[in-house]
Design a binder for this molecule. Structure first.
Ligand SMILES: [Mg+2]
Length: 335
């Protein structure tokens, strides 16, 4: 559980290879002061952050050491896991009842952690019939035809995995076909698409409702494409909403105790590796300088971070995420 920055990372930093990002271990001292005052919320992505990326998405198990650290961690801090996976899948991987789980990129929120108790908050369920229509086309026109491609349902969205599609050309064909199909379900084309589909199927009277929706959109991830409702909701919006619930809860509690309105300014830490985590990093950056810390995780190779990130800090691997959480725990013990 070593916490120190490796000489390789130091060299990378000196050479500017970390793209100006700061080693997250450097913020531990800042947290030492914050821990005594409480009010810290930690948001964690799952795949590529807590669990290493694996070829088979059903096998993305939480490493034993990370599970142990996370279990201790959640006893002490408000801990929120926010993932593109369905809520129940994340819960099954983590198996901890002291964590708030935000599945489907924050469209499904449920759970209890320190200072937060949220029962079944859901966004976008009205999009499920549309998602099913789109998934059916993708299944028939792509997944059934391109070996080792697969669809994974994640609550109010679905993911097309192509990591195991060996041939690069096949990967490109898959991506083009996915984007072509999803375009037919975007806000401009969705009504025509529904009309055409209904030439051959009964509509069960649901068309009017579906046509009032914003359609679907595709988001590219690491060897995946995620198809989600085209609504103003993402990991960043979810983070803001959870933060509001936390502050409201704190103020209600304090207000009752002290019979007056008090404010609460929590410190927020967000750790994630995905493009979809960028929405959350942006929200974290709107908080006061010493109240929001966005930490991007990359896969032991800065080149893997082939995008501009809004995070200001970095951790180089899922192993280092575990070390960082462990060190944070240790700092809190001696604070
Ligand atoms: Mg991830």
């Amino acid at each position: 559980m070593a916490n120190t920055t490796t000489s390789q990372q130091v060299t990378q930093e000196k050479n500017g290879a970390t793209n100006g990002l700061i080693d997250a271990f450097q913020i531990l001292n800042k947290f030492k002061q914050k821990i005594t005052s409480g009010n810290i919320l930690i948001f964690l992505d799952y795949d590529g952050t807590l669990s290493p990326i694996v070829d088979n998405p059903t096998q993305a198990k939480l490493p034993l050491q990370t599970k142990k650290t996370l279990d201790l961690f959640a006893q002490k801090f408000s801990t929120i896991i926010i993932s593109g996976r369905a809520h129940n899948k994340i819960y099954n991987f983590v198996q901890n009842d002291q964590i708030l789980y935000c599945g489907s990129h924050g469209l499904q929120v449920n759970g209890v952690t320190k200072g937060l108790n949220i029962a079944q908050f859901q966004v976008g369920t009205e999009y499920l019939p549309l998602l099913q229509m789109c998934a059916k086309e993708i299944q028939e026109q792509i997944i059934d035809k391109i070996k080792d491609s697969e669809i994974e349902w994640n609550g109010v969205c679905f993911t097309i995995h192509y990591r195991r599609v060996g041939d690069k050309k096949n990967q490109e064909v898959l991506l083009k076909r996915v984007y072509d199909i999803v375009e037919r379900f975007n806000i401009k084309n969705v009504n025509n698409t529904i009309n055409n589909i209904n030439v051959n199927t009964s509509n069960n009277g649901k068309d009017a409702n579906l046509k009032a929706l914003n359609g679907l959109t595709a988001r590219k991830g690491k060897m995946v494409v995620e198809i989600v409702p085209a609504i103003e909701w993402n990991k960043g919006k979810c983070l803001s909403w959870v933060l509001d619930q936390y502050v409201k809860g704190k103020n209600d509690k304090q207000g009752k105790l002290e019979k007056k309105e008090v404010s609460c300014s929590p410190t927020v830490l967000y750790i994630g590796d995905d493009i979809t985590d960028e929405d959350a990093f942006k929200i974290v950056n709107t908080l006061d300088e010493d109240s929001g810390f966005g930490i991007v995780v990359y896969d032991n190779n800065i080149e893997a971070l082939n995008r501009t990130t809004s995070a200001k800090y970095f951790l180089p691997s899922t192993t280092k995420v575990e070390s960082f959480l462990y060190q944070l725990l240790k700092v809190s013990t001696i604070a």
